[in-house]
Design a protein around this ligand. Structure first.
Ligand code: GLC
Length: 636
């Protein structure tokens, strides 16, 4: 009897993958498009597009697909750390990226987000989120060949590349939009246009505004078309009509083309907005989840090494929907931004009180997720909206509007005694809610301390940055470092001098990378950038060594009874790590018995030292961060 070889040919492998994801894909599409007259043709075209993309998929990436099939938890492991940057601001252009990878690897980074890099419209393009050609790279950054070379260089170092897939809208200069504008009925159906203001008015009754200051309203009238176009974001960003199966087909092809160029993480932008329903906010309608599950399944068939990061900056329960709840469990996004965690960290830093944080994170989030985890972050390229609900605020005895107003004033630097330097980003005149811009270091107090020359304040500011990062590194999920935060880059107030940016205060925290400061940080660990850089690098190294930080292990939010402290336990089968953070500039204690009751011990995995020798309470200095377990070594 001859030995039967396990090898399968390419076509069989595709069929096996298509069969595996069949139930995740087709029932969703049938529910959304089943009644559409072109449904059959659409299904055939989608099948053909998937096969074509599979045929084109490079062998090296198919190999990666197989490796990831064997280790489906690759993105949940504690050695996964992300870093987001603008290509031009970080490396000049795509060709400059390979030279910077040594720096990133040394910091502990294993995932890089190239901020929007597809060809945007000329002029104001919302930081690249107004795309006019999904098949081309921004010419300022280089060519598609250079893009592929950059993803290959990253892959060779074990760094996964993430890019944005802007699916809610295209630039009005996109070829589809231009044809729609010229009256081509096929392409007009790619967008949401209206002959008069009857429908827009009805929709507006329940819609919110994303950029109330700079782009009020959700519709724009074009006299040459004689029509209103749905424009949720800026006037130049035309919302796509996802009720049209052709839009799904086009975007699926765009997605697979990017996957075939070596992208491993697709950041699906503004996903909450893709389905519209009269009488609602048109955010997070059930169809959003169906469509996103279908897109996920398409990717899983053709490019299973690729995962999806959903960008939905919404309230806790609404966000969880993007990580697959109910019928979508395990089948939707693999990652979603943990906006609530980010907001709560800044909120507790300002109020020196963790009760709202403990309540919010302990009430709304499950202990663990299936085939998914969070993208945890302190800062990103966007503003911070103070997403604290009135109900959560009331549960801990504070007023929602009062607390949100306090946070906006505090981080604008206006509240008496505030350590922060930042700016306002928009004021919603209807709700009164204000949002803020500012870099991590400036919001945490470095800028103000440098101005005053107060060394004690400077030390506290640096500790805030490191505590925040120690928290996002241990909470569960992939911590995302935002470019420059590792060297405490300050606000870039020059953005006000650039007419293309002056109306959008988010450019305050989108500075040029300062490579001189990097050299200083690496060579001189006692300087401000050096303290932050070496502190963060150490946090990431220690995170990678602690198996309990694998995202599969549950996160239990704990209440220490002391409102100065925030705590959680990460429960691995072999034991727990109790993580405790001091959100104040004063010394605090937590009892050793309490730590033990929750499964921890007195050994700090972060500093690799015992925190106390006897049964004394554990003393926690200002902004302390400790990862407490029972003993050094072992499997934790
Ligand atoms: C996302 C991006 C943001 C952009 C918006 C519109 O929220 O993070 O920067 O303005 O989408 O594309």
């Amino acid at each position: 009897m001859g030995q039967i070889k396990a090898s399968v040919d390419d076509a069989t492998l595709f069929d096996m993958r298509a069969a595996r994801s069949h139930e995740d894909l087709w029932p969703m599409l049938a529910r959304i498009y089943g009644k559409h007259p072109a449904y059959e043709a659409f299904c055939e075209a989608l099948n053909a597009a998937m096969r074509a993309a599979w045929d084109e998929r490079p062998g090296e990436l198919k190999r990666l697909d197989m490796a990831r099939d064997l280790e489906p938890d690759w993105f949940q492991r504690p050695d996964r750390v992300g870093y987001a940057f603008y290509i031009d601001r970080f490396a000049g252009d795509l060709a400059g990226i390979p030279d910077k990878l040594g720096y990133l690897s040394d910091l502990g980074v294993t995932y890089v987000h190239f901020m929007p890099c597809l060809k945007p419209r000329p002029g104001d393009n919302d930081g690249g989120y107004s795309v006019m050609d999904y098949g081309a790279i921004n010419p300022d950054y280089g060519t598609m060949a250079e893009f592929e070379a950059a993803t290959a260089a990253c892959r060779a170092r074990g760094i996964s590349v993430c890019v944005d897939l802007v699916i809610n809208h295209t630039a009005k200069e996109h070829e589809w939009a231009k044809k729609a504008r010229a009256g081509d009925p096929h392409y007009r159906d790619y967008y949401l246009t209206f002959p008069d203001e009857t429908m827009p008015r009805q929709y507006e009754q329940s819609l919110l505004e994303v950029f109330p200051d700079t782009a009020p309203g959700n519709f724009t009238y074009y006299p040459d078309m004689g029509r209103f176009v749905w424009t949720t974001f800026n006037e130049h960003q035309w919302d796509l009509n996802w009720a049209n199966p052709d839009v799904f087909l086009e975007m699926a092809q765009v997605m697979l083309a990017l996957a075939n160029r070596g992208v491993e993480i697709l950041r699906l932008d503004a996903v909450a907005f893709i389905w519209k329903r009269l009488g609602t906010r048109c955010q997070s309608e059930p169809e959003c989840h169906m469509l996103l599950q279908a897109l996920r399944a398409v990717c899983r068939i053709v490019a299973p090494s690729v995962i999806h990061l959903e960008e939905a900056i919404v309230g806790p329960e609404e966000m969880l929907g993007y990580l697959g709840r109910g019928e979508h469990d395990g089948r939707l996004g693999n990652l979603a931004y943990h906006n609530s965690l980010m907001v709560q960290i800044w909120s507790a830093l300002a109020s020196r009180d963790t009760r709202l944080m403990t309540h919010t994170l302990g009430t709304h989030f499950p202990r663990a997720l299936n085939n998914a985890t969070y993208a945890t972050y302190l800062r990103c390229h966007d503003d911070i909206g103070w997403a604290v609900t009135d109900e959560d605020a009331a549960a801990v005895g504070v007023s929602g509007p009062g607390h949100r107003g306090f946070l906006a004033d505090f981080y604008e630097g206006q509240f008496p005694g505030s350590f922060a330097r930042g700016a306002l980003f928009g004021v919603n005149k209807l709700t009164g809610d204000k949002r803020n811009s500012g870099s991590c270091a400036s919001l945490a107090g470095v800028e103000a301390a440098l101005e005053s020359g107060n060394q004690a304040h400077l030390a506290l500011a640096i500790d805030r940055i490191l505590m925040g990062h120690a928290l996002i590194a241990s909470y569960g999920g992939i911590p995302l470092i935002y470019m420059g935060d590792e060297i405490a880059l300050l606000n870039d107030w020059h953005y006000r001098d650039d007419p293309a940016h002056s109306a959008d205060s988010r450019w305050l925290h989108r500075p040029m990378m300062d490579w001189g400061r990097v050299a200083e940080a690496r060579a001189a660990p006692d300087t401000v950038p050096g303290r932050v850089f070496h502190g963060l690098r150490r946090i990431l190294q220690r995170r990678a060594a602690v198996d309990a930080f694998h995202a599969r292990h549950p996160t239990d939010i704990l209440d220490t009874g002391n409102p100065a402290l925030f705590a959680f336990a990460r429960r691995a089968p072999v034991g727990a790590v109790v993580c405790v953070f001091n959100f104040t500039e004063t010394w605090q204690t937590v009892s050793s018995d309490w730590v033990r009751e929750h499964g921890g011990g007195l050994y700090d995995l972060l500093s690799e030292a015992w925190v106390a020798r006897h049964d004394d309470p554990v003393a926690l200095p200002p902004y302390a961060r400790v990862w407490l377990c029972q003993a050094p070594g072992g499997d934790l």
